[in-house]
Design a protein around this ligand. Structure first.
Ligand SMILES: Nc1ncnc2c1ncn2[C@@H]1O[C@H](COP(=O)(O)OP(=O)(O)OP(=O)(O)O)[C@@H](O)[C@H]1O
Ligand SMILES: [Mg+2]
Length: 267
């Protein structure tokens, strides 16, 4: 069994003295797609930002690709960040650049490759995400799904070992969302990368994940295969796994009573 790509060991993250992540343990196994699940504010994005070395943790340790992130120097951390790819919640494209230039950016910044080579690499990445014929468009000319694809092409520009996605299907219609899910699965297979997907969309999570972790208000609740989560008898897990596939829960979350609806006696 190879070492996990990432080990999260007893990690705590404090904001204003409050633990938004409380002694979390989880492993991301090499080559798998791990879904990090939880309601709004449960700490999913914070977990992702810790794993990509974007923010420091306050307790425990994170071992990424064999090294403790806390023990890395700035330049080692920069190396680590270059070996991972991130698709942020918004896609985060530069609006003043074409799609092709957005994808070329990491290659221009982090390699000495000649422009002709970069050109070819950009075409390959855009082809992988199905956007090759849109290379010369500006981000404003793209649909939401195409923006995600473009962000993804940029995230894989430097051939990352691990790909992180924060809510890849947020704001997309169900069909586009399913297409992005398929793309995540395809990239995982074609590139052989390890994938970490933060989501609260259960349909999406069940399509893509080999394993899942459920967080709730900063606490680890359960991890396992999709089937193990479906079979769980824990009322919180059941409510989350089955509840989120229904529409009204989303509305309740917006109205602010989501937590009490979701957690019931747990509060
Ligand atoms: N920079 C910050 N400063 C202070 N509090 C923060 C900061 N970032 C996150 N938090 C708090 O940490 C908690 C977890 O936030 P996080 O963004 O990780 O949740 P999430 O699970 O990704 O939610 P969502 O599904 O809405 O994206 C929230 O209570 C949030 O208010
Ligand atoms: Mg989030």
């Amino acid at each position: 069994m190879p070492d996990p790509a990432i080990r999260v060991i007893d990690v705590t993250k404090l904001y204003d003295g409050r633990a938004v992540l409380d002694r979390i343990c989880l492993d991301v196994l090499q080559g798998e797609t791990l879904a990090i699940l939880g309601g709004s504010g449960s700490g999913k994005s914070t977990m992702l930002r810790l794993m990509i070395g974007n923010i420091p943790y306050d307790g425990g340790d994170i071992v990424g690709l064999g090294r403790s992130l806390a023990s890395m120097t700035e330049s080692e951390l920069a190396d680590y960040r270059r070996s991972i790819g991130v698709l942020f919640q918004s896609g985060a494209l530069f609006n003043s650049m074409t799609v092709a230039d957005n994808v070329a950016l990491p290659l221009r910044e982090h390699t000495d490759l000649p422009e002709e080579t970069i050109d070819i690499m950009v075409k390959i990445k855009l082809e992988l995400v199905g956007l090759r014929e849109h290379a010369d468009k500006m981000p404003a000319q793209l649909s939401g799904g195409m923006k995600k694809r473009a962000g993804l092409a940029r995230a894989i520009a430097l051939d990352p070992k691990i790909l992180f996605y924060d809510e890849p299907s947020a704001g997309l219609d169900p069909v586009t969302s399913a297409e992005i899910d398929q793309l995540i699965i395809d990239l995982n297979h074609k590139l052989g990368v390890t994938s970490v997907v933060v989501t609260h969309e259960m349909d999406s999570a069940f399509r893509i994940a080999d394993r899942m972790v459920l967080l709730d208000r900063g606490k680890f609740i359960i991890s396992g295969t999709p089937q193990q989560l479906k079979d769980s008898t824990d009322p919180l897990v059941r409510q989350f796994v089955y509840g989120l596939t229904e529409g009204p829960l989303t509305d309740r979350r917006r109205s602010g009573t989501y937590e009490s609806d979701l957690l019931g006696d747990y509060i």
